[in-house]
Design a protein around this ligand. Structure first.
Ligand code: G6P
Ligand code: MG
Length: 218
């Protein structure tokens, strides 16, 4: 089957912002006496800002310590730190293989979509110089449920006018693979530890359009 569209996750697939999210959350967590490590961060991938805060609070046994208003302030402060760290992004921050794959997809006239629950996605694509490479970016402001819910991938398919069954989604998070699978799309996982992906690759450097055309449902 020739896929009708390819839909990308952003953080961890197009560029490596996962570590920047981690550094910002770690600072906020420290200020409220919670120590988080990279292992917890793994569980925050693909999870919205407020859901990430809730998970950190639960991990630290602090679910009851903060009012809704205080949680808003913590999440906003995390975002300020994160946005500050995004200033280091530039076109060289695009992960290996991604620019070449986007060029191959354009050459083959395959629509390209973005399915990121990050409210900073437009700003990040802009910093990477990739805004015009995406035919449709699902708007995270309109999404009610983070991954593993398929909502954002379904929104990207609808925006491109394609059927999920005929599309490929690329993800680096376990919650993201679950979201792609639940949408009915074929899933490509970046990371050999990811479970249930139709194809798993060690890194984005292995991605290519010929390879994506060989993906079959597991
Ligand atoms: C992506 C990342 C998550 C992050 C979420 C929201 O899904 O993988 O780690 O929490 O976006 O990002 P935002 O930029 O809106 O805080
Ligand atoms: Mg990701």
């Amino acid at each position: 089957m020739t896929p009708q569209a390819v839909i990308f996750d952003l953080d961890g697939v197009v560029t490596d912002t996962a570590h920047l999210h981690f550094l910002a959350w770690r600072q906020i967590a420290r200020e409220i006496d919670i120590d988080i490590d990279e292992q917890i961060n793994e569980q925050l991938k693909g999870i919205s800002r407020m859901d990430s805060l809730e998970r950190i609070l639960r991990y630290g046994g602090a679910e009851q310590r903060f009012s809704q208003h205080q949680k808003q302030i913590l999440a906003e402060r995390k975002n300020t730190l994160y946005v500050e760290s995004l200033k280091q992004l530039n076109p060289d921050s695009v992960l290996p293989g991604i620019a070449a794959l986007l060029a191959e997809l354009h050459g083959a006239n395959i629509p390209v979509g973005l399915a990121s629950v990050s409210l900073n996605a437009p700003r990040i694509l802009d910093a990477l110089g990739l805004t015009h490479q995406f035919d449709y970016c699902a708007d995270a402001n309109l999404i009610k449920r983070s991954k593993p819910d398929p909502e954002i991938f379904l929104a990207a398919c609808a925006g491109l006018g394609v059927q999920p069954e005929n599309c490929i989604g690329i993800e680096d998070a376990q919650a993201g693979i679950a979201a792609i699978n639940a949408s009915g799309m074929l899933s490509v996982g970046i990371g050999l530890q990811l479970q249930d992906a139709d194809l798993r690759l060690p890194s984005t450097a292995s991605l290519s359009w010929p390879l994506l055309q060989t993906v079959k449902r597991n």
